[in-house]
Write a protein that binds this ligand. Structure first.
Ligand code: GRF
Length: 221
């Protein structure tokens, strides 16, 4: 993957700020990759408009047009496969993905999740972090498996929970760290430095004993 320009397919359901962070990093030379297609489950998602504005093919399928989740996933991933991605990036893609659709992509599909996994899997992570009274919150990039938000974690970014935070304020602080975290994780993945082997993450051929930690907007070189 390190020689040719790595091809990314991005899955998104919403506003697409993480997609934009990827596009910006490619544009200004921080990320050696190209976004080959953007796919989703919501035709009106702003992420798709961002893709089209950048000249990138974008397609959303509607779940209600399919008999069930497996049929939807199969159709979606047929679209994904059609752009021949090296890596699939779930960047705010808000639907569960089934094991059958994921199997061919094992080790080549990642997700960004707004919590310090394994804490706060699933939805409403910011409100749940506040309710739990944790002093620290953040975001994680992990390989996707059929275990929701449970795949091996590659890297994390931490933010403090501050007095007076509400869920929106905390979400905004986390989102600011998501963008550099996702780009830094993709830099390592696209360079072939991060690999999933036997369900564990390796960095430069060595077991990654704990997730990488984003510091000062950069992962360790
Ligand atoms: C991010 O917080 C991401 O971690 C979560 O959904 C949000 C998507 O934001 N999975 P955006 O669409 O990338 O702006």
């Amino acid at each position: 993957m390190a020689d040719a320009t790595p091809r990314l397919a991005v899955l998104a359901s919403g506003r697409g700020s993480n997609l934009q962070a990827i596009l910006d990093a490619i544009d200004d030379g921080r990320l050696h990759a190209q976004v080959a297609g953007v796919f989703g489950d919501k035709p009106a998602a702003f992420a798709l408009a961002r893709a089209r504005a950048a000249g990138i093919p974008a397609r959303a399928l509607r779940p209600r047009d399919f008999a069930g989740r497996d049929e939807f996933d199969a159709a979606l991933f047929a679209e994904v496969a059609s752009v021949r991605p090296d890596v699939v990036v779930c960047a705010g893609y808000m639907r569960l993905l089934g094991a059958a659709a994921l199997a061919p992509w094992a080790g080549r599909i990642i997700n960004i999740h707004p919590s310090l996994l394994p804490d706060f899997k699933g939805l409403d992570t910011h409100a749940r972090a506040l309710a739990a009274g944790v002093p620290e919150h953040g975001a994680s990039v992990h390989f996707v498996t059929a275990d929701l938000d449970g795949g091996p974690v590659i890297a994390q970014a931490r933010v403090p929970v501050l007095d007076g935070d509400d869920a929106d304020a905390l979400a905004a602080r986390v989102l600011d760290t998501e963008h550099p975290l996702l780009v830094a994780s993709l830099q390592l993945l696209c360079a072939g430095r991060i690999v999933l082997r036997d369900e564990v993450v390796e960095l430069d051929g060595k077991l990654l004993a704990a997730p990488l930690q984003l510091a000062s907007n950069r992962l360790p070189a």
